[in-house]
Ligand binder design. Structure first.
Ligand code: 5GP
Length: 180
């Protein structure tokens, strides 16, 4: 059985970029594709970034016990399908999950061998600026995100490793040191 790496860090912290750069250099690692009920952002593709579904469809999957873990975040649902994780690991691929803090801690309870890595922003102010710079959300949504980001940073003390994303290059190096 191959390793399961779980990476968390609030949205806007740039973890997507760090993971993408890592994957470019290490194609033997696969990134898990989650299910979500949130609306597609520009440039996102079905089956690439997420499997987009309605709340009804999501609820059916919850009832059928199809998720390894799931969470509500800013009014939307996000979940990792058990079948996706099992298939990838059985294929002999290393798998990276990019999920929220609560989800990561839930995975650790079910799969204690999973490595939990948290990506921190250089500062909270910088994270807020990055989030606003994206111009994709309303002020209310941004305030909601900022509140949950504070909670996530608090929860990161339960993670196995923490990385500070000052530059993408540095963060990838730290990630390589931990994973390889
Ligand atoms: P975004 O809407 O910015 O794509 O993601 C919002 C948050 O949901 C991020 O913190 C992201 O890591 C998290 N997330 C994405 N997929 C999953 C998942 O399958 N499970 C959980 N628990 N969180 C997820």
């Amino acid at each position: 059985m191959k390793r399961l790496i779980v990476i968390s860090g609030s949205s806007g912290v740039g973890k997507g970029t760090v993971i993408k750069e890592f994957l470019k250099k290490h194609p033997d690692f696969k990134l898990s594709i989650s299910c979500t009920t949130r609306t597609k952002r520009e440039g996102e593709e079905e089956g690439v970034n997420y499997f987009f579904m309605s709340k009804d469809e999501f609820e059916k999957c919850v009832q059928n016990n199809e998720f390894l873990e799931w969470a509500e975040f800013s009014g939307n649902f996000y979940g990792t399908k058990k079948s996706f994780v099992e298939k990838t690991l059985q294929n002999g691929d290393e798998l990276i999950l990019e999920i929220d803090t609560k989800g990561a801690l839930n995975v650790k309870k079910i799969m204690p061998d999973a490595n939990l890595i948290f990506i921190l922003p250089p500062s909270f102010e910088e994270l807020e600026a990055r989030l606003r710079g994206r111009h994709t959300e309303t002020e209310e949504a941004i305030q909601k995100r900022l509140a949950s980001i504070k909670l996530e940073i608090e929860n990161s003390k339960f993670f196995d490793f923490r990385i500070i994303n000052d530059t993408v290059e540095n963060a990838v190096k730290q990630l390589e040191n931990i994973i390889l």
